[in-house]
Design a protein around this ligand. Sequence first.
Ligand SMILES: [Fe+2]
Ligand SMILES: [Fe+2]
Length: 169
Amino acid sequence: MLVELIHQQHLELRELFIRHQEALLQGKFEEAEEYLENFEVFLKAHMQIEENYLFPEFAKIKQTSKWNVSLYEKEHDKINQLYNNISKDLTWLSEQELTESQLRRNIIALLDKEKTLKGLNEHHEEREEEAMLKELDEQLDQRQLKELKLDIKLTWAEVTASVTQTTAY
Ligand SMILES: [Fe+2]
Ligand SMILES: [Fe+2]
């Protein structure tokens, strides 16, 4: 089922983000930036997969939930904006000469911002899994589902292979 395949990607994204947060919490900025960059590669690829393979199919079927494609697209834009914000803050923070206390306070402020991103992302993922993907699984025929799953798996495998060994994968 599509929902299982995409859920797996959502879990992988969460894992990458929490690794970034673990490093951030310890003030290991280089590591935190590396994980965040990795997260970005996977996040963008994940969104591309949804936008290229799933949204067009979803636009064609009879939507039984109150959410249509434009809502999912808007959420992708919002997630991207929040991500860019966080990424800039982290770069700024890693370049500052701060006292231990200032450093800790800035880390807390960044983690607070990240909480907003995590919350939005989690809501978005839940909506995808409980509405869009469920509806696609119910309404597309077996052949269409099989083709979509294959395309999605291949694209994800390419992204995973493109990320260097030194990091998460
Ligand atoms: Fe999405
Ligand atoms: Fe998603």
